[in-house]
Design a protein around this ligand. Structure first.
Ligand SMILES: [Zn+2]
Ligand SMILES: [Zn+2]
Length: 349
């Protein structure tokens, strides 16, 4: 099998050729047909996450080098182990990468992304910048119907992340309003998925007017620029007293602060972005307005099933995606690190 791997953090990925492994027990060998390049790959490649205030969190403890990045994988089942059930050779599937140990209370409750011993593909174990990937079980594979494979790949990360956050605000947003903060990659995915899963009027807030234009084109009923005077008042008027539900896809002190200020009584803000910063929160506002502030990280296998059913049904409008050959993995990572990529790039072996 071929792979492009981190040999040294921050250095160009190295192309390697190894024997293709044979699946054991419940394992499934997937021949990769596409793998998205996500912004978090840049941090994993650099070797650390910036936690704000000059603090860095090393990723080196999570895996050993050389290491294969890539957690937005689609492919075709090439071989299955003796104990595998639920999939067969030739099946085309999106791979759910947020895999846990399978034995702890979180995993047993179906909350694999909360597992303390994670085996996330492309984060802890070798991922999708390769010709093949080993998946521990058929149950991590999801059919994607007639959806183009490069689009299907994006549902494994930006899609499931947006869906997991939207599920949390669904009861408050249904039949009312939803404020989407941030119209970047995941925010735009969230806007498209929200239209398919919720009956709600969507307001998008972003400090970039170009992104607001893109959000209107993608179906936002209203857009607001938080840097404009009266932005909060505008939301109060649009929602009749404040948003009942909001999702912050940016995750900065400013975006979360704006989200809280835009909530109405009993409003619910879910923060899903990881930009960074520290929040200055008026504590009495929580009881006085009955607010809920919640975090959300990717989504569970059950949510992945719900999302893919929605996608296969054709209800989710497509996100723009470009493809590049796998051999351009290095260049793509560098381009992403330097902010030279608009939208999603999916590598195809
Ligand atoms: Zn990702
Ligand atoms: Zn576990």
């Amino acid at each position: 099998m071929k792979s492009f791997r981190i040999a040294d953090y921050g250095q160009p990925l190295q192309e390697m050729d190894d024997a293709t492994p044979a699946p054991q027990d419940a394992e499934v060998l997937v021949r990769i047909t596409g793998c998205g390049v996500c912004h978090s790959d840049v941090h994993l490649w650099e070797g650390y996450f910036d936690m704000g205030g000059g603090q860095q969190a090393s990723v080196a403890r999570g895996h050993t080098l050389p290491f294969t990045l890539g957690h937005e994988i689609v492919g075709v089942v090439e071989a299955v182990g003796d104990g595998a059930s639920g999939c067969q050779v030739g099946d085309a599937a999106v791979v759910y990468p947020w895999i846990g140990c399978g034995a702890c209370p979180a995993c047993e409750a179906g909350l694999e992304p909360s597992c303390p011993r994670p085996r996330n593909l492309g984060v802890h174990v070798n991922g999708g910048y390769a010709s093949h990937v080993m998946v521990p079980d058929c149950r991590y594979l999801y059919a994607y119907g007639d959806v183009p494979l490069e689009l299907a790949a994006t549902y494994a990360c930006s899609g499931i992340t947006a869906y997991g956050a939207l599920k949390k605000v669904q009861p408050k947003a249904e039949g009312r309003h939803l404020l989407v903060i941030g119209a970047g990659g995941v925010g735009l995915a969230g806007l498209l998925i929200a239209q398919a899963m919720l009956d709600t009027e969507i307001i998008v807030a972003d400090i970039d007017d170009k992104k607001l234009a893109a959000a209107r084109e993608a179906g936002a009923a209203h857009t607001v620029n938080p840097t404009d005077d009266g932005a909060r008042k505008q939301i109060m008027q649009l929602t009749g007293g404040g948003a009942p539900a909001a999702v912050d896809f940016v995750g900065s002190d400013k975006s979360a602060g704006f989200g809280i200020s835009a909530l109405g009584a009993n409003g619910h803000l879910v923060v899903v972005g990881l930009f960074g910063g520290a929040l200055n929160l008026s504590v009495p506002l929580l009881p006085l307005k009955g607010l809920t502030l919640q975090g959300s990280y990717v989504g569970t296998p059950a949510e992945m099933k719900e999302l893919m059913d929605l996608v296969v049904s054709g209800k989710v409008k497509p996100l723009p995606v470009a493809t590049r050959p796998l051999a351009e993995a290095n260049q793509t990572l560098q381009d992403l690190a330097h902010g030279n990529i608009v939208g999603r790039v999916v590598l195809t072996p």
